[in-house]
Design a protein around this ligand. Sequence first.
Ligand SMILES: [Zn+2]
Length: 411
Amino acid sequence: MNKNLLFVALVAFGLVGAMTTPAEAAVQFCFKHNVDFIDSGLELDSPCDSYSPERCEDRWLDNDAYVARGIKATIQQKVSGVYTEIWSGYVDDGNGTDGAGCTPDLDPAGVNTGWYKLTLESKAKVNGDYVYVRDASNALAMATIVSYIGSDNTTYTYSFSGTSSGLTFERFNVLSAATQPLWYHDFNIAPWVYYYFDVIDSGSGSQYYTNTGHVEIRSTSTDNSANRKFIITHEMGHALLHDIVTSKYKNNSTFTDPGGTCTSATGNNHAVDTKEYQSAAMNEGFAHYYASIAFNRTDQDDCYFHHWKESRGTVDCEDTGGSLVEAYMLNRCYATSQSGRGVELDWWRTYWDLRVKGSVTDQDMRTWFQTADSWTDTDVYSKLNAAANDMGGTLNATWDDPAVPNNRIDF
Ligand SMILES: [Zn+2]
C-alpha cells in the first residue's frame, strides 16, 4: 500500500492517538465503534431539558466512539511482502477487566513493527454470549483497516465505523448496541444463547421471530431501526425472554378493545399505553425493561427510555411521566373490563421496581420466570404471583410492595 492509500484508510477508520504500553514487548490492537443513534443525546431534547440532565438515560448520551466489546477480529502481519495471519478471535469484552475491546499482546515474529491488516466482522462474544448481525442474505459485515505500526511495545486503538453509511455501517451499529446489555445483564444465560440480527433495508416494523430466533431490524427512511439503540435492545429482550421461558413464551397482541379513555394517541392497540392481553403486556413490558437496563444505571432510581412510536418521546420508566400516569390501566383503561388484561407500561415499571427498589437480580428474575407454571394470555399475573410467593425473599417482598401496589398489574 502506498502512502496515499494509507492516508485514506486512517481517515475512514480513525487511528486514535492514545497509545499505551502492554506488559511485555508486543503490539496490541484495540477497537471502538463510532456509533450513530437517533435516540442518543436525548438529555438535550424535550421533555428531558425540563428536568435535570441526570434524569435522562445514563449511558450513550452522545454519538461517540464506544468500546467494540468482544468483536471478532483477524490480525495479519506483512511478512516478506505477504499478509500472514497472526491472531484471530473475539477481542476482550471488558467484563471484569480493563483493556476492553483489545486483542491480547501479540508478539508474532520478534519484530513487531511494519504493516498490518486488521479485519473486523459484525459479530461479537460478550459475557460468553454470541451476537451475529447480518443482512437479508445472511452476510456479516466486514471491514479492513490497513495500518503501519512504527513502534514495538505499543497498544494501538482504532476508532471504527465501517463505512460512514449504508448497510455495512448499519450492521456494525446494531452490533454496538446489542453488545451493551450483554455486558451488564445477560441473565446468566451464557454460553448457550445466541442473538441473531438480520438488518433489512426495506419494509417496516422491526420484530423478533419466535420460529427462527432471529430479530429483523428494519431500516428505512421512515423506520430507521438500525439507528435506534432502544429498538435494537427491545427486540433483544424478546429473544432473551424466549430463551428463558421457552415454550411458555406468549405475546398475543391481537386484543383490539383498548377501552375508551386509554386509546393511545394513534389508536394503536399494541403500544406502551393501551390495554392488551396480559401475555402481551408482560412480554412487551419485559422487552422495554431490557432496553431500559441497557442504557440506565440500575443503582439509580431514575429511568428514561426514548420511544419510537406515537410521538411518545422520552418515557419515564420509573414513575409518572406527564400523561403516562402510574397504574395506567387502573386509572385510564376502565371503560371495559380489566380482567386478564394489562398495559405494557405498568408491567415495565413493575420489572424496574423489582430490580431497582428490591435489588432483584437477573438470576432471581430468570428463576422466577422459569419456575412459574405455564400461563395463558389472561392469567400471567396470577401465575407469576404464585411463583413469587413460592420463592419468597426479596423478590416476593418487593413484588408485594411496592412493585404491584404502585403499578397495579394484578387484574
Ligand atoms: Zn416488542
